[in-house]
Write a protein that binds this ligand. Structure first.
Ligand SMILES: C[S@@+](CC[C@H](N)C(=O)[O-])C[C@H]1O[C@@H](n2cnc3c(N)ncnc32)[C@H](O)[C@@H]1O
Ligand SMILES: [Zn+2]
Length: 319
């Protein structure tokens, strides 16, 4: 892929110093114990692995699917018949990410994690989609564990399948669940990331250890601006992320690349996976796809937060 790359680090780069890495030795579970540790979404007691899947002391049973994931989304919390991204969006994103157009972001996410945590850490990828970033995070944690959570069953199924294919199932665990009601105990994770996915800051704060890290990836100002120019008469830039309530920002980095997409399938998948895809008139979409080379800006911001230690440093929610 023809690419003209520029990588801007706007504020302080992450230290990358080993001395700053978080020790995870206070973790209750032995780092060598690779069985996933969930809590029951119904009664909140710990789940224990059994032959079929997982069960709690109150005999709530959750079976493991053949791909290896477990569905921990109670039917009453589904909200809709097919919650989260549709299977069509999942397939488009899976195929687009397979081109590695977002490889530079994947690397930055993995590097950020590596610079902050040691290899035994427990990490949650909240809204993991098809596991593109979850895989990269797990590669950094030879003795740790990464949990991928998504409300879309189609996405989790694919993520689990892929982790099985690369034989990473010991370090990666996938479940269908909502970020609003994460199936984990309090103070469980060293790092929670959310990459273009919705979360609830109070739920993140509950599950994160007190010295844990919350990493977010959001679109930068110019992300997909060329597509927006096709859709809107007056396209607007993305606004910066509002600091989640109860957290303080400790680092931010900006990543920008302009790439030329020349395959019609890649352009079509990109159009299909973006949230505003349905706003592109069918005719315009076809024109875009048939026009051939599409020069497009990928612009991301990676933010790193920690729980605020006191009221003064805590970010408040916007009214
Ligand atoms: C834009 S996609 C990003 C997926 C992945 N992080 C990536 O960047 O490839 C947003 C994801 O959030 C998931 N999602 C939406 N609402 C959710 C919720 N309440 N809990 C968990 N996942 C959710 C969607 O199903 C979708 O997979
Ligand atoms: Zn239970």
């Amino acid at each position: 892929m023809n690419s003209e790359a520029q990588k801007n680090r706007q504020i302080t780069p992450l230290s990358g110093q080993n001395s700053n890495k978080m020790s995870t030795h206070t973790q209750e579970a032995c780092p060598q114990d690779k069985s996933p540790q969930y809590r029951c979404p119904l009664c909140k007691t710990p789940l224990t692995a059994n032959q079929q899947g997982f069960s709690c002391a109150n005999r709530h049973q959750f079976d493991r699917a053949k791909e290896g994931y477990v569905n921990l989304l109670p039917v009453q919390n589904k909200g809709s018949k097919i919650p989260g991204d549709s299977p069509e969006m999942v397939i488009s994103r899976r195929d687009f990410l397979a081109t590695d157009a977002y490889g530079f972001l994947q690397q930055a996410v993995a590097y950020t994690l590596k610079s902050l945590l040691d290899k035994t850490a427990t990490v949650i990828d909240a809204g993991c989609g098809e596991g593109y970033y979850t895989n990269a995070l797990a590669e950094q944690l030879s003795e740790g564990q990464v949990y991928g959570v998504d409300i879309a069953k189609a996405a989790v199924r694919y993520a689990a399948k892929r982790s099985k294919a690369i034989n990473a199932t010991k370090a990666q665990h996938f479940c269908v669940a909502s970020n609003i009601n994460l199936p984990f105990a309090d103070n469980f994770a060293d790092l929670i990331c959310k990459i273009f996915a919705p979360v609830e800051p109070t739920e993140i704060a509950r599950v994160l250890k007190s010295n844990g890290v919350f990493m977010t990836v959001v679109p930068g100002p110019k992300h997909l601006f060329e597509l927006k120019q096709v859709i809107y008469e007056f396209p607007k830039e993305h606004q910066p992320e509002v600091c989640p309530a109860g957290f303080e920002l400790v680092d931010t980095q900006s990543l920008t690349q302009t790439q030329v997409l020349s395959k019609t399938a890649d352009i079509a998948n990109l159009c299909q996976m973006t949230p505003f895809s349905w706003k592109i008139a069918a005719q315009k979409k076809q024109q875009l796809i048939e026009a051939g080379d599409l020069s497009i800006t990928f612009d991301f911001v990676v933010n790193v937060y920690r729980l605020a230690q006191d009221e003064q440093t805590s970010c408040k929610l916007k009214d």
